[in-house]
Design a protein around this ligand. Sequence first.
Ligand code: T5A
Length: 211
Amino acid sequence: MKRGRFITFEGGEGCGKSTQIKRLEAFLKEKGIDVIVTREPGGTRLAELIRGLLKDEKDDPPCDRAELLLFLAARAQLVKNVIIPALNSGTWVLSDRFSDSTFAYQGYGRGLDLEVLKIANEFACDSLKPDLTLLLDVPPEIAALRMRKREEETNTSADRIELAGDEFHRKLREGFYALAKAEKDRITTIDASGTQDEVWEAVCKSLKRLI
Ligand code: T5A
């Protein structure tokens, strides 16, 4: 049995990951490829409960270290119970965020030690690495406009992490750039400030080496 491929989508808030993942899922299914989509934090019952704590706990918000450990606990559960079994059975996995988000948000954004993160993350995900990571890069001003529009359309409001402030979002964008520079073979950066079709075209181009 040929192992499935593991593709992750990364980027700042509202960069358009979920939108492109839906398109890619439909595209792969059309090609007869078995595929599942998952998201982080989330994707199992326990990980979805942790997601609620991470995004919405306002009375007793997690401190930076607790936040890191909660993200990693959710990842450990998802990797062991969903991602590894799927890949071993030949199914492709598309994940809306994975380890790079931890390095960008908790490392570059919150300022936690990157070496500690590396060891803790490898432990959580049993050293699993994506075959390909697409980093959707959008200037924060454009992302903010998209998010505001979505909030109006869906009558929702920004969560705890989205409200972290401009400086935080600037630092995490720099973090994603640094990660992409360090792992050029795995991470492809895509300019995601264009239309959905333009971004999709770039996504397809970067998939060529896998399909
Ligand atoms: N986090 C996560 C960490 O801090 N550490 C970690 O280790 C991990 C795994 C997750 C939060 O957790 C943090 C990061 C996050 O803050 P989330 O709700 O899953 O929270 O948030 P996001 O992953 O940021 O997902 P979003 O749904 O907010 O953004 P997407 O998926 O990137 O964007 P999408 O596709 O939903 O698009 C947003 C809006 O823009 C429109 C869409 O229609 C939608 O309304 N849009 C476009 N508009 C114009 N042009 C385009 N090209 C567009 N593409 C999409």
